[in-house]
Design a protein around this ligand. Structure first.
Ligand code: F6P
Length: 554
């Protein structure tokens, strides 16, 4: 097994120090000049892999910077870290375990021995179990308590047990099988349960309780509510196993909840929640698009895995994207990063990346516990284009903050309506162009003069119309949104996040920060519901508890 090296302070790498100087040297760098001076800039700063095109030419980047970023990756021992990740070394040091989501994508017949055990046969055994379940449901052989076939699937889960499956099921709606509808129930907010359950027929609904830990408050509460609802609607205790299945690594807790052992699909502790859509947590995906499409999704991700392992860093999509992110976060002090998919079916992509990136890279210490003296993960935000253009793009164009962005767009639409797709594609490209070009004060003034405004009006308005430009973005073009390309796209971001964690020396696979809120939540709940003394440790929390209690008095 490859041993995982404890990371060192990235700022001590010679390349880091040189990048600090390079940032100064690039003070007057203008992307537009770089394009004018180099007709090959697009060819030199773009990559293709398996139906995905990454154009990274609209970045604050020249050859020297790219070279230094690649040196930084080398000096961070990225080659060894990639091997460690894929071979099952304990890259998640705080929890002393590997992060083997890539194993889930390996083809049948492959082998990956970790701690003396080949994981691939187990993984494919679970895929077979999934196939069997999916076939029974799709073929109408899985019957509810009144012997009717299942028409609706409700995935009860949150975080990684929700966002990935929801993203993929919705993104691949054009590939959905007839007859089965997938729904997602994540929040503990009773209104979500109310609205969803109102639209369902208990006799033909199957619930998947999807929780790696089987210990997540929101999921357990919703699962209990679903069970009560099912019984109230006429379902019987004897038939619970026809309506509730689970995906979990905590089989004991799932059985205790009342799930039949044969209805529990396993997930391993070496699969992190936000990396779990490739496992049985992806069951709602498979139920939506069928097993062969699910396997295409895995194949697309595996293709990206191979590219990541084999391509030289200068030709390696995840490495390039990761190092550009570090360039902006640590050397230009960018604090947020926009993800802008120009495709209706990818509308949930940003949310999935929020968890993937922010739970993975929202860290303040290195793997060895030493504090970071540089920035780690950025705030990930954004949403579907063109809608964002009429909302938050103003800040991207003229705000004081630098916000690097990824534009994501397919070449082919699933739904060609008149020339809508040409307009959508044109808008995507013109936004990144506008971010780069901007408009100088002089250009703005000239346009106003050309409109016939007198000079005092020109002077009054020109500054407002000036657009700084020189704002960086990547553009990712998919041939179309299909299982294979989507698998590759998601895996691309998983690896981007991993590369960044390697350079920063952080652990991309734990999430201790979310625990405190959970514990305090229990305390506040006890005080709200009067099971504990009504004395919170701070006046703000106490005041807010009182407000709630007064409203619910008597
Ligand atoms: O609270 C954060 C988290 O642990 C995520 O990392 C995870 O994806 C989510 O909760 C759900 O966890 P589980 O699948 O164990 O219910």
């Amino acid at each position: 097994m490859t041993h995982y090296q404890h990371p060192i302070d990235a700022a001590q790498h010679p390349a880091w120090q040189q990048l600090v100087q390079q940032r100064e040297a690039m003070h007057d760098f203008r992307m537009q000049d770089a394009f004018a001076n180099d007709p090959q800039r697009f060819q030199r700063f773009s990559l293709n892999h398996d139906g995905l095109l990454l154009d990274f030419s609209k970045n604050l980047l020249d050859d020297t910077t790219l070279d230094l970023l690649m040196q930084l990756a080398e000096q961070s021992q990225l080659h060894d870290a990639i091997k460690a990740l894929f071979n099952g070394a304990p890259v998640n040091a705080s929890e002393q375990r590997p992060a083997l989501h890539t194993a889930l994508r390996r083809p049948i017949g492959d082998s990956l021995v970790v701690d003396g055990e080949d994981l691939i046969p187990q993984i494919h055994a679970v895929l077979n179990q999934m196939t069997e379940m999916v076939n029974r449901i799709h073929n109408g052989l899985w019957r509810g308590y009144s012997e009717k076939p299942i028409t609706d699937i409700v995935n009860i889960g949150i975080g990684g047990s929700f966002l990935g499956p929801q993203l993929v099921s919705e993104a691949l709606l054009p590939f959905a099988q007839q007859g089965v509808h997938c729904h997602f129930l994540a929040n503990i907010d009773g209104s979500e349960f109310h609205e969803l359950s109102n639209s369902l027929n208990a006799a033909t609904t199957l619930f998947i309780v999807s929780s790696k830990s089987f210990n997540t408050l929101e999921t357990l509460k919703n699962a209990q509510a679903a069970r009560r609802w099912y019984l109230a609607q006429g379902g019987t205790e004897a038939c619970v196993d026809r309506h509730f299945i689970a995906v979990s690594s905590n089989v004991t807790a799932a059985i205790k909840f009342g799930i039949a052992p044969e209805n529990i699909l396993p997930i391993w502790d070496w699969v992190g929640g936000r990396y779990s859509l490739w496992s049985a947590i992806g069951l709602p995906i498979a139920l939506s698009i069928g097993m062969s499409n699910f396997k295409e999704l895995l194949a697309g991700a595996w293709s990206m895995d191979q590219h990541f392992q084999e391509a030289p860093f200068t030709q390696n999509m995840p490495v390039i994207m990761a190092m550009l992110g570090i360039w902006y976060s640590d050397f230009w002090q960018a604090q947020s990063y926009a993800i802008l998919p120009y495709d209706h079916y990818l509308r949930n992509f940003t949310q999935h990346l929020q968890q993937l990136d922010m739970e993975s890279n929202g860290k303040h210490v290195r793997q060895d516990g030493t504090p970071l003296n540089y920035n780690s993960g950025s705030v990930i935000w954004g949403g579907v284009g063109c809608n964002g253009q009429h909302a938050y793009h103003q800040l991207l164009h003229q705000g004081t903050l630098m916000v690097p962005a990824d534009f994501i767009v397919p070449v082919v639409s699933h739904n060609q309506i008149a020339d809508h797709h040409q307009w959508l594609y044109a808008n995507c490209l013109s936004q990144s162009q506008a971010l780069m070009q901007g408009k100088s004060l002089e250009q703005a003034a000239q346009e106003l003069r050309a409109q016939g405004l007198d000079e005092s009006e020109v002077q009054r308005l020109a500054a407002h119309k000036e657009i700084p430009g020189n704002r960086p973005s990547n553009t990712l073009v998919l041939e179309r949104v299909c299982p294979r390309r989507l698998g590759a796209l998601i895996a691309l971001y998983e690896h981007k996040v991993f590369v960044q964690s390697v350079v920063w020396g952080t652990n991309a696979f734990d999430q201790w920060g979310v625990e405190l809120g959970k514990i305090l939540g229990e305390d506040v709940y006890e005080r709200l519901t009067k099971q504990a003394p009504n004395t919170a440790t701070d006046a703000s929390t106490q005041g807010l508890i009182n407000f709630f209690r007064n409203r619910h008095r008597g």
